[in-house]
Design a protein around this ligand. Sequence first.
Ligand SMILES: [Mg+2]
Length: 253
Amino acid sequence: MVDTQPVEPTPASANERIAFLVDVDNTLVDNDSAKEEIDRKMRLVLGDVETERFWEVYETVRSETGRVAVPQALVEYLRDLPPGTDPAAALDQHMALADALIGVPYANYVYPGAIDSLARLRKVGRVAILTEGDPAFQATKVARAHLADAVEGYVFVCPDKSAYLREVAAIFPADRMVLVEDKARNIDLAREIFTDLGVPFSGIFVRQGKYAAATAPDWHGAELTVESIGELAGMTPEAIVAALRSSIAPNEA
Ligand SMILES: [Mg+2]
């Protein structure tokens, strides 16, 4: 006999499919400390004056492009070597400098508990890395940090996150999108974009690194704020879901 009783629909929230988009620099990787190692190695190769010049070029490229673009900074730095630089010495310097930039053992700079936290998030939903930067350099950095395996290889590198969230949501869809970030502004931008798309959104603000420290006190806030990425590993999946569905907690910075 066929049961004609209408089936009570399951509330969407009970089976909500959640996707986490996790940032890399200053969220999973202690980029400030990695940069200090680069600076130390560079001073041995170039000396203080030329090292300062490299960082000036790097900051100029960053302000002109709005993002960190290491290979572009290197190209522009090498274009303006001091007059009279011996070509053989310049080549040696170039190779040592490139190695200082890309040869950093990024796996040593993954924050404590970060891999466990990614595993915990995978108990709640699907997890991808979403990171900004030069496509070649940033992808290599993520690989050298051994992060891809922790997210089943779902690594999205784009020059500008906010310009690519629609594409990311299309290829990595969910009932609720979650951005895990140290930059408060990116959480605000993502909230606007996903709200426009009609996709529920939650932010996890990771209060680590220089950008988090510089967060304006009047930003919109996040559903969940942690002081370190490793804290997520100490939360149960149920507690994470409950936090994501809560209303925005104002930033206490
Ligand atoms: Mg970041």
